[in-house]
Structures are given as structure tokens and as C-alpha cells.
Design a binder for this molecule. Structure first.
Ligand SMILES: N[C@@H](CCC(=O)N[C@@H](CS)C(=O)NCC(=O)O)C(=O)O
Length: 249
């Protein structure tokens, strides 16, 4: 029975898991859990992940949630996953764990808070919250500065000075990609001061093509739709004139 991946491609950790499977030739079935339709709250999905979040996997009788744990499991269990994704070297592994643990309370917290409160909230039936968005941006910018000065220090193109990507590069870059939904000038304001981060994002995209773009195509479509709604004056950055239902996005 093929591995099942429960995911929504608008979810950044879901994308990381799907790209990882595709790039490593892992045979899997993608089961869409539509977040705006609240499919993650159904009793059926609760059986898969009692935490009611995506991504989650079922491999035979084994169920697992949390994208970082899933990526580590897949890298260890499926033959043919190249060593650079999750190196056998225990020191390298430990450093990857260190980045992944840091990610949740820093980059992800900042980015998810910013995007939710400046862009996504109305699509989820919530009001935009400029104060929370500003707080998220502060955490996000500080995290990007740390990535640049700590994890991307040195000559390697990827995190921890590596010449090839690991699961940490994939996880963090998928998170940053949520900013594609922000207004271009806001995205530029946040990302452009971090030139090494910009180059690392490009390097990670290039190292994972064509899967990276294919899996992000839903996000790119939403980005274009939002751009159109902004230029039509239906939505503004940081404040909404008219609530755009998610079906319109
Ligand atoms: N730490 C988890 C985060 C999972 C998560 O926050 N998933 C979101 C989508 S990106 C979700 O399922 N949200 C629905 C909810 O929390 O109600 C991971 O890395 O997998």
C-alpha cells in the first residue's frame, strides 16, 4: 500500500513533504485536506491526526504528523534518498535538528503571523490585524537576519555551509514562500535587505526543480488572484475594503 500524504498545497509544511517525496522518487498518494473547507476537523481526519493539522502521513499501519518528523522518517525509511537531505553523519544531523527546532518558534512564527494577519485572515473568516501583522514582521525580519548571519554564514550555498540542500533548506524555504501572497512592495521590504537569503531561496528552488514550481503552482495562482484583487481596489494591504471569499482566491 502506497504511502499516503494528507496535505493542502497552500500549507507550507505540506508542500515541503510533497516536494521531498517527489524529488526522491517516493511512491505516494496525495490526499487533499482542504483547510478552508475545514476538512482537517472531520472525524475521519481526526483518526489520522488527532492534532487536526496537516501534513500527516499514513505508511501502512504507521501514522505520523509534524512535517519535520515526517521528513526525517521518510529520509530514514525510504531507500534512495540522497544522503545530503538528512546526512548519516550524526553531527550534521544534530545541526539540522537545531535549525528545524529554531524554525518553529522564529521564522515560522514570524512569517505565519505576518501572512495571516496582513493577507489571509479574511479568507478564513477573520479580521485583518495590522498590530499582529507588525509584530509578526518584526519576528520574521529578525529571523531572516539570523538565517543570514548564522545558518548561511560561510561559503556553502545552503544552510550550515552545505553544498547541497537538506530537509532544513526545504522546510524553511517553503515557509518563506508564503510571502508570495503579500503585496509585492511588502514582500520586497521584508526580503530585499537579506541578499544572501534571496540567493539561498533561488538556489533551493533550482536544486528542487521542476517539483518546487509544480507544487507551488497553487500558491502562484493565489498570488496572481490577490494581485488582481489589489489592483481592482477590492483588497488593500493591511486593510480590507471588501471581504474576498476564499473561493475567489
Ligand atoms: N508544526 C506543524 C505545523 C502544522 C500546521 O500548522 N499546519 C497548518 C497548515 S500550515 C494546519 O493544519 N492548520 C490548521 C489548524 O491548525 O487548525 C508541522 O510542521 O507540520
Amino acid at each position: 500500500m502506497a504511502l499516503k500524504v494528507y496535505a493542502d498545497r497552500m500549507s507550507q509544511p505540506s508542500r515541503a513533504v510533497i516536494i521531498f517525496c517527489k524529488i526522491n522518487g517516493i511512491d505516494f498518494e496525495e490526499v487533499r485536506i482542504d483547510l478552508p473547507k475545514r476538512q482537517h476537523l472531520t472525524p475521519e481526519f481526526r483518526e489520522i491526526n488527532p492534532m487536526r493539522q496537516i501534513p500527516a502521513i499514513v505508511d501502512g499501519r504507521f501514522k505520523l504528523s509534524e512535517s519535520h518528523a515526517i521528513l526525517i522518517y521518510l529520509a530514514c525509511v525510504f531507500p534512495g534518498v540522497a544522503d545530503h537531505w538528512y546526512p548519516a553523519d550524526l553531527f550534521k544531523r544534530a545541526k539540522i535538528h537545531s535549525v528545524l527546532d529554531w524554525h518553529h518558534l522564529n521564522l515560522r512564527r514570524g512569517s505565519a503571523t505576518y501572512v495571516l494577519n496582513s493577507v489571509l485572515a479574511p479568507a478564513l473568516g477573520l479580521p485583518l490585524n495590522p498590530t499582529a501583522a507588525a509584530e509578526g514582521e518584526k519576528i520574521l525580519s529578525a529571523s531572516l537576519a539570523k538565517i543570514e548571519s548564522v545558518w548561511l554564514k560561510g561559503s556553502g550555498r545552503f544552510l550550515l555551509g552545505s553544498s547541497q540542500p537538506s530537509i532544513a533548506d526545504l522546510s524553511l524555504v517553503c515557509e518563506i514562500m508564503q510571502l508570495e501572497m503579500a503585496d509585492e512592495k511588502d514582500r520586497d521590504r521584508i526580503l530585499n535587505p537579506h541578499k544572501r537569503v534571496l540567493k539561498w531561496i533561488d538556489d533551493t528552488k533550482n536544486a528542487t526543480r521542476p517539483h518546487f514550481d509544480e507544487v507551488h503552482s497553487t500558491l502562484y495562482k493565489v498570488k496572481e488572484k490577490l494581485k488582481q484583487l489589489r489592483s481592482d481596489g477590492i483588497i488593500e494591504t493591511g486593510s480590507i475594503k471588501k471581504t474576498a471569499p476564499v473561493s475567489k482566491m
